[in-house]
Design a protein around this ligand. Sequence first.
Ligand code: G3H
Ligand code: 13P
Ligand code: ZN
Length: 307
Amino acid sequence: MPLTGPKEMFARAYKEGYAVGAFNVNNMEIIQGITAAGAAENAPLILQVSAGARKYAGQTYIVKLVEAALLECDLPIVLHLDHGADFQICKDCVDGGFTSVMIDGSHLPYEENLALTRQVVEYAHQRGVWVEAELGRLAGVEEAVSSAKSIYTDPDQAVDFVRRSGCDSLAIAIGTSHGAYKFTGEPTLDFTRLQIISDKLPGYPLVLHGASSVPQEFVAMTNKYGGKLGSARGVPEELLRKAAGMGVCKINIDSDIRLAMTAQIRKYFAENPEEFDPRGYLKPAREAVKNMVQHKIRTALGCSGKI
Ligand code: G3H
Ligand code: 13P
Ligand code: ZN
């Protein structure tokens, strides 16, 4: 099956009240772990590539690895650029075979974000590529975009932004943030705001970034084997599942992949100090990614069997 675009994927997810997982990929083991989970669950997948991933692996390697995964598993897979910072990176990914790109102008003044998004939409749509944009700011650090405090998405602005920019999906800020330290107190999301945005944009796919759950078993395992993750906390999976029933069709997960792999590798090294064959520790790390993604598909996303 060739790479697919998100259109039909999101239309069904919206109608049936679930979300598709957008998992960040950086190397072969991560791609294999995620796609093995998708195959085991018959679940659609979005594999997303950050600017950092493009720099680390190289765009050609990532695209070819994803193409190899497509030959191995018969699944609908979207190849998406995560947090494109400018027109050029979006253009490079459109030209390089991605089926979806994100232009992230969320740090810009409103009209500048709109104009930049519009420019990417014009280029991408002529080539049949989907465009995700972002309005509102997440707390924490997201590549070149940093913000000391969250600025949640304004519902009326969201309607105006979608109408005038022509973007196909919109990432909104309702209380999630990137990384492993999302909440100091009780984890909450602004569901009232989500409901208003969703009501004002009926049928329109929304996106949730910063949606890792930071499973405490991985935190404990990392700490047990010499790591230092302190009070890492994520978004509880039941909150994600609830959002998935309210117009959120794409849920972004990166930190949980990092945590699953790192916890497993730390454990492996502690238990096998003589090991120096990378296959020794990368194999269980890949398996840990698969298990985590499978769990995510069943619980937080609800997209098992939706191919
Ligand atoms: O939202 C950002 C993603 O977690 C990607 O992170 O820039 O370190 O690849 P990265
Ligand atoms: P997490 O850091 O919560 O995994 O968020 C990932 C993300 O939003 C990628 O765009
Ligand atoms: Zn993000």
